[in-house]
Ligand binder design. Structure first.
Ligand code: SF4
Length: 381
């Protein structure tokens, strides 16, 4: 991927162009044409001289492109894309609509090694990390696909800007911080004003809790929002369905979250998947409220933290059951009474296995994972 121009930041493109004896500003055309016009051939970057375009191609440079295998739409408006990578592996990407927000949930790995018990992706064993280009191209391809989204989406009234992506969340297949370098590079590319220009407050990296990587991210010069998949208020319970907890305790995770908040001055949210009879009782809510309130200090008052309660999304073969609205609302009340800002995320895209924790549902791994068994509506039809 060393020669993939989609993989390059603007700085890296400038070095390439200058290395070929050309003016630095020409790199802006390469970056802009790739990330705003969605071109896939070097010959299409027409502001460059024919000689320079030929030189780039002769030196082996190219522009990679994800292949769309299928697009499925849920009646709630959610659209799920199945992409094929150059090596035949496949990933899923989900477009969600919520008021004025068009949020794209991108994947960062083929499969995942973290083995969270409630997550369908964990059943697809880790094949490999995605490149920065493969992460960025999920956004570029969906934006290009605006007309399909507009046709497919029942929720959109004004279809002329249906493909505009307002938010990107790194919550698809894989653990983003296990693919640290490519993820950070992809954030730089998506954030660049010469390209997609997606602001840091509109980019969220979600992690199951890789403490060292959270601290490393805090030390970067870019700071997206952070979402931490907590899901239990005690170590004993969390370790039962999140193996990462045996490496990093909740106390270490909270310390890392505080460090990120202090250093990055960026929002940190705790995600809490609500599973019936497992982590959703009144006692669990009270312990969670105490835990979050216990993090308070001068710069981290309890209201600085947010909790997202996520309705559990069952997938074929899973042993867990969703909590149901009544229990979720009661849980929320307890947290809010403790002064903690709490949001409930109810299921979206469930009929096409596009909801949180459902990506890869029905796959059996690389060889078996050449398609999905989803029943949603094909956007092309
Ligand atoms: S929840 Fe995230 S980290 Fe855990 S197995 Fe699923 S994709 Fe991996």
């Amino acid at each position: 991927m060393d020669k993939d121009l989609k993989e390059k930041t603007l700085d890296e493109l400038e070095q390439i162009v200058v290395g070929l004896g050309q003016k630095k500003y020409l790199a802006g055309y390469v970056f802009g044409f790739i990330h705003t016009k969605g071109i896939s051939e070097i010959s299409q970057i027409t502001p460059l001289s024919k000689t320079l375009r030929e030189q780039l191609a002769k030196d082996g440079y190219f522009i990679s492109q994800l292949k769309v295998i299928s697009k499925l739409a849920d009646p709630d408006g959610t659209v799920k894309y199945l992409f094929e990578l150059p090596d035949g592996n496949r990933i899923e990407t989900v477009l969600l609509f919520d008021d004025d927000r068009r949020t794209l949930c991108v994947s960062t790995q083929v499969g995942c090694a973290m083995n969270c018990a409630f997550c369908a992706t964990a059943k697809v064993r880790l094949q490999r990390n995605l490149t920065a280009a493969e992460i960025v191209d999920q956004v570029n391809t969906v934006v290009r696909d605006a007309s399909c989204v507009a046709r497919a989406n029942y929720a959109i009234r004004n279809t002329h800007d249906a493909g505009r992506i307002t938010n990107v969340v790194y919550m698809g297949m894989g653990e983003p911080l296990q693919n640290y370098d490519a993820v950070v590079k992809s954030v730089r590319i998506l954030n660049d004003p010469a390209g997609k220009n997606i602001g840091m407050r509109h980019i969220t990296i979600s992690t199951c809790g890789i403490v060292l990587a959270i601290k490393k991210l805090a030390d970067e010069d870019i700071h997206p929002r952070l979402a931490i998949s907590l899901n239990a208020p005690t170590d004993a319970l969390r370790a039962k369905f999140m193996p990462i907890n045996s490496k990093y305790s909740i106390a270490e995770l909270i310390e890392a979250a505080k460090f990120y908040r202090l250093k990055a001055k960026q929002r940190v949210t705790f995600e809490y998947v609500m599973i019936k009879g497992v982590n959703d009782t009144v006692l669990h809510a009270q312990v969670l409220a105490r835990l979050v309130r216990g993090t308070r200090c001068r710069v981290n008052p309890p209201h600085a933290w947010r909790i997202n309660l996520i309705e559990f999304n069952p997938y074929p073969g899973c042993e867990f059951v969703a909590s149901g609205r009544e229990r979720i609302e009661r849980f929320k009340e307890i947290l809010e009474e403790a002064g903690i800002k709490t949001t409930v995320r109810f299921k979206m895209g469930q009929s096409i296995n596009a909801a949180c924790g459902q990506l890869g549902a029905g796959w059996g791994g690389k060889d078996e994972g050449r398609g999905t068994r989803d029943e949603g509506r094909d956007c092309e039809k």
